[in-house]
Ligand binder design. Structure first.
Ligand code: PA5
Length: 449
């Protein structure tokens, strides 16, 4: 397949070849650590070989379950948060559309819940399920995360109200730990089919496991082609020659920017179908690198949409703060030709006969030149089309770059200790048994009598 390429010539005025050369030994050492499994978090490196070394039997069960779900329901409810939903949603929206639910007629609608505690979102989805056949895929590696656990409680009730216990148990699919945790226990007791989040694969690196693959397959996406893309990335991105290995070079350049004082990396796309992919990238990089007071803060923009909101800031004040990484696709999912109009009242006949993709590309080129001139460096990750292979390739490309980048930065890219703080406070404030002493203290701080 045509590989995904990193183009860094628009960063050259900001990060020089000698900066990259100086960073190269650290980047190579970081990659060696990853390959030799000698770095921090070395017990969470299952994703490195996952594209080739995965459970074939489970992969085939995923396809069978996806077929069953497609045949037996109008709506699939996917319950999960963070790494347990972002990857699947990112891939489905990239390859189908953000409007997938409105457009689909031969595969179920897919709604993601359990990624928020918003009562209105839950209420809305419960009512969308009325008079519809539904299935649930609940995804939680730990099996104890509060947001998905509450959503599962609610939607499990919905399923049991609609169907007999025997039928209900066929409509619930659990993706969780191989043997431990509340969810695994419940699934075994109730006879729900289970899929495994391998012990050595953390949430945000789990798209290529059942976590991502089951919902992706239900949406009618070819998961064999998707895995082929990741396999090709696994094979291509090993060289210690930084001019040959785009993944290594990208990791090195982001650290050059970081050490030169940049605070933000802005992931850009000119295709709204990549909005959720950018959200996946934000989680991947923020949770992997943002610790010990370090790390670039990942943000996302869809252009040209956001050129009319934050574009002003980026152009005139962004340079000192950030650089941009644009995910560029040479061919869109679909295209549209602009028509000629009699009278040319809107003055747009000069575009007649031209494709919208051409206008979008000219917007990209114009923005690239304007932003670099305004002091905002640009990296481009370029792919020919938005295909299963390309997206599979990109997932692996970014996972590996992120891990290398984290090691260069000197953090453990595979833990997320900071995520626990809000949970502790929330449990105390809700009166969870075991948190009594904290409750009083926190309520006093909040001024709650
Ligand atoms: O990347 C991660 O590890 C996290 O984002 C988790 O996926 C997220 O917190 C959900 O955890 P769990 O799958 O255990 O419910």
């Amino acid at each position: 397949m045509e590989k995904v390429k990193l183009i860094n010539k628009y960063a050259a005025g900001f990060v020089s070849d000698s900066d990259i050369a100086a960073m190269t030994p650290r980047a190579v050492e970081a990659m060696q650590k990853l390959h030799a499994k000698t770095g921090e978090g070395k017990d969470f490196l299952g994703w490195v070989t996952l594209p080739t070394d995965y459970d074939r039997n489970e992969f085939s069960r995923i396809k069978t379950a996806a077929e069953y779900i497609r045949k037996n329901c109008d709506i699939l409810i996917v319950i999960g948060i963070g790494g347990s939903y972002l990857g699947a949603r990112a891939v489905i929206e990239a390859l189908k559309s953000p409007n997938y639910n409105a457009l689909t007629n031969d595969t179920p609608q897919i709604y993601f819940i359990g990624n928020t505690i918003s009562p209105s979102m839950v209420t809305e989805l419960v009512s969308l399920c009325e008079n519809k056949d539904i299935c649930i895929n609940v995804i939680s590696k730990s099996g104890t995360t509060t947001e998905p656990a509450i959503a599962f409680r609610i939607f499990r009730d919905v399923v049991y109200r609609k169907y007999s216990p025997e039928e209900a148990s066929k409509r619930i699919f659990c993706t969780t730990d191989r043997e431990k945790g509340t969810l695994k226990k419940l699934a075994d007791e109730q006879g729900y089919e289970t899929f495994v989040v391998p012990d050595d694969v953390g949430g945000r690196y789990s798209v290529l496991t059942a976590v991502g693959l089951l919902p992706i397959a239900v949406a009618g996406i070819d998961i064999d082609a998707f895995m082929r893309g990741a396999q090709s990335a696994q094979k291509n991105l090993n060289s210690e020659d930084i001019s040959e290995n785009d993944c290594l070079r990208y990791a090195a350049i982001r650290n050059c920017f970081y050490e030169a004082g940049k605070k933000l990396e802005c992931f850009i796309s000119y295709e709204p179908c990549m909005t959720m992919f950018n959200e996946w990238l934000k989680q991947l990089f923020a949770e992997s690198e943002g610790k010990d007071g370090k790390g670039l803060y990942p943000v996302s923009c869809i252009f040209s949409t956001d050129l009319h909101s934050v574009g002003q800031y980026i152009q005139e004040s962004g340079g000192a703060l950030m650089f941009e990484t644009c995910l560029k696709f040479n061919t869109p999912l679909d295209d549209f030709t602009i028509t000629e109009q009699e009278g040319n009242i809107d003055g747009l006949n000069f575009l007649a006969g031209k494709k919208m993709s051409l206008v979008n590309e000219k917007a990209r080129q114009g923005t690239l030149l304007a932003h670099t001139e305004g002091g905002v460096a640009n990296l481009i990750i370029e792919s020919e089309g938005i295909t299963e292979e390309a997206i599979g390739y990109m997932i692996y490309f970014f996972e590996k770059s992120c891990a290398i980048s984290g090691y260069i930065l000197g953090v453990n890219p595979f833990n997320q200790p900071g995520v626990e703080s809000y949970k502790k406070n929330m449990f105390a404030l809700l009166g969870k048994p075991g948190y009594e002493s904290e409750k009083e203290k926190l309520e006093k701080e909040l001024g709650i009598c």
